[in-house]
Design a protein. Sequence first.
Length: 91
Amino acid sequence: MNAAEIEKVSFTQERLGFELKDGRLISVPLAFYPTLLHAGEAQRLNFEVYPFSVYWPDLDCDIGVDGLLAGAKELPVYADKSILRKKPAAV
């Protein structure tokens, strides 16, 4: 496990960033995490920071610092769920 702890989370229109306590800033395209890409701003901004991960309770999405450092992308099964969540319900 990486010893780098998360201090701050940031977003732009296109990127997710973690500022680490050791001074590093890691950012990846939001396209790596379709759940966040397809989420509304309020959902994206509702997160809980833990030492080595960030959790979005409204989206049931968890991203760890090790995965971000490794360039890991969201698994397709979760990406597919995010697309279904975004579609309006059938009437």
